[in-house]
Write a protein that binds this ligand. Structure first.
Ligand SMILES: Nc1nc2c(ncn2[C@@H]2O[C@H](COP(=O)(O)OP(=O)(O)OP(=O)(O)O)[C@@H](O)[C@H]2O)c(=O)[nH]1
Length: 201
């Protein structure tokens, strides 16, 4: 099975940290302005699953046809919507995003698109401004999965997010292999580390 996943949310919520954590098991602290699609295979329940993960910035222009947002929505088989539990505005943005994705994608496909809503930075609970219940309610009302995670603290909380999403996608029609149409922006994580090394010189 091959699946395209878009990781999206406002600035600094930890999209890159979550993506890098999933792919390398590492937390490297600072990520710069990375926008990339990463491809990696995992074994899930004895089956090979290739995930193409697009770590993408938040765009205000949610309603414009042919915008980057629409391109992502068309490309994606599933979404990871990330906010920070310490950032109320990032949660509000995810509330808007989930509605917009559902109305765009479900009308394109006639299907329900798998979505995971993630409250990241769970380790910063002393600075929490968004209650777990609020995230859970949003997920319940939009038929999405809900997780709280900490990319900084552990790999497992991040793995659970992608595992949950893959489980949902398996119920869908992802049996055919589709080519990655956005040629030239597929990178490997070694590129990220290479860039960091260059930056620090
Ligand atoms: N304490 C804590 N810090 C985190 C966590 N995840 C990310 N960070 C930090 O938050 C900052 C932003 O992380 P990024 O992964 O760059 O966030 P992003 O959403 O990709 O940000 P943009 O690329 O600006 O859109 C960095 O300083 C990370 O080290 C987490 O789970 N806990």
């Amino acid at each position: 099975m091959e699946a395209n996943i878009v990781v999206i949310g406002t600035e600094s919520v930890g999209k890159s940290a979550m993506t890098v954590r999933l792919l390398t098991r590492k937390f490297i602290g600072e990520y710069g302005d990375i926008e990339s699609i990463y491809s990696q295979s995992f074994i899930v329940d004895g089956r090979e699953v290739t995930l193409n993960i697009w770590d993408s910035p938040y765009s205000q222009k949610l309603s414009v046809e042919a915008s980057p947002f629409h391109k992502k929505v068309q490309w994606a088989d599933g979404f990871v919507l990330v906010y920070s539990i310490c950032d109320r505005a990032s949660f509000n943005a995810v509330s808007r995003l989930v509605q917009r994705i559902k109305s765009t994608k479900d009308s394109l496909n006639g299907d329900k698109v798998p979505i995971a809503i993630v409250g990241n930075k769970r380790d910063l609970h002393h600075r929490r401004t968004v209650l777990s219940e609020e995230g859970r309610m949003l997920a319940l009302n939009t038929d999405s999965l809900f997780f709280e995670a900490s990319a900084a603290e552990n790999y497992h909380s991040v793995l659970s997010v992608f595992n949950g999403l893959v489980d949902r996608m398996k119920d869908g029609k992802l049996t055919t292999r589709r080519p990655l149409r956005l040629k030239g922006i597929v990178k490997t994580m070694s590129a990220v580390f290479a860039r960091r090394r260059t930056d620090s010189l």
